[in-house]
Design a protein around this ligand. Structure first.
Ligand code: PLP
Length: 294
């Protein structure tokens, strides 16, 4: 099936779609992005994704940014023309195209906007059922991880190192010994009291949309939750560990650097939250919800 991408005002064949070589995203990684889950043809948690996208642009002082309502229209159209029922919508906005110069362009240039889609979403059945393994690594990223920047080289290297060692993901550790997150997901543990713990929001981690959703699902289900920093030792002695993210959903972790977590099987709380998150997705209305403000 032909795939279409949106690039700066045009819907183009995915394989032919391109931006200028002087696009600042290409030259300086001067861009931000969002990955939104598409479920039953509908965008999951679109409003918080749009809020985060606008925040990322604002933190980087982008000017002439696209209207939120226009982004909603384009997103809906890209999903429709590609007939995506279950998949992901990728939105990238760069500062714009200008002759190469580190300084922000002086003139009134528009941001570049690209949207693409991919069919298929979520981890494999085996990963969901058996849980995954993590490889511990130093967090080598910049100090504004709260901005969803396209500058992902440190994330790429961490994920590749994890994969090369046979692990699914990285468990990233800051120089102070605290766990930040993984290369593309937030990290949680269930402590010996049964409390769910995840790192507080701040510049050390990305504020995951799935993290916030799971926090609310867990509270509604009566779990006690806490935002606190934790160390690798606390991960290794936790009752359970799991990841959350748009493409990982709620994913149990059973092994960290060859150390088995608890009994080496996905724990009850992780499995329950995994199921509750999937029920949340299943409960979404089949008709597309493209309201960027609700
Ligand atoms: N942390 C990082 C570094 C990520 O890249 C992602 C998602 O890509 C997440 C956390 C999870 O965020 P979300 O739940 O919004 O997908």
């Amino acid at each position: 099936m032909t795939r279409f991408a949106y690039v700066n005002g045009r819907y183009e064949h995915h394989d032919m779609a391109a931006v200028s070589i002087e696009d600042r995203g290409y030259q300086f990684a001067d861009g931000v992005y969002e990955v939104v889950a598409i479920w039953k043809g509908s965008a999951v948690d679109l409003k918080p994704h749009m809020d985060r996208l606008e925040r990322s642009m604002s933190e980087l002082e982008f000017r002439n940014t696209p209207e939120r309502s226009s982004l909603g229209v384009i997103a809906k159209e890209v999903v429709r023309v590609n007939r995506v029922q279950t998949g992901i919508l990728y939105i990238q906005i760069n500062r714009g195209t200008a002759p190469r110069n580190h300084l922000f362009p002086a003139g009134e240039i528009n941001c570049s906007v690209v949207m693409t889609v991919r069919h298929g979403l979520g981890p494999s059945v085996s990963e969901i059922q058996n849980g995954v393994t993590l490889k511990v690594q130093d967090d080598q990223r910049w100090q504004r991880r709260d901005i969803k920047s396209i500058g992902l080289l440190a994330n790429v290297l961490a994920k590749q190192a994890a994969k090369s060692s046979g692990a699914f993901e990285a468990l990233l550790i800051d120089p102070d010994g605290t766990v930040t997150e993984s290369s593309a997901a937030n990290v949680w543990l269930v402590d010996q009291d049964g409390t769910l713990v995840t790192r507080p929001l701040g510049s050390e981690i990305l504020g995951g949309i799935t993290r916030a959703r799971v926090m609310s699902i867990a509270s509604d289900a009566g779990y006690s939750t806490k935002e606190a920093v934790f160390t690798l030792d606390e991960v290794l002695s936790a009752r359970e560990v799991f990841l959350t993210g748009t493409t990982t959903f709620v994913l149990p972790v059973v092994n960290v650097d060859h150390a088995v977590i608890a009994n080496g099987h996905p724990g009850n709380t992780s499995c329950d939250l995994r199921d509750r998150y999937q029920s949340y997705l299943a409960s979404l209305k089949p008709r597309p919800s493209w309201h960027v403000s609700e």
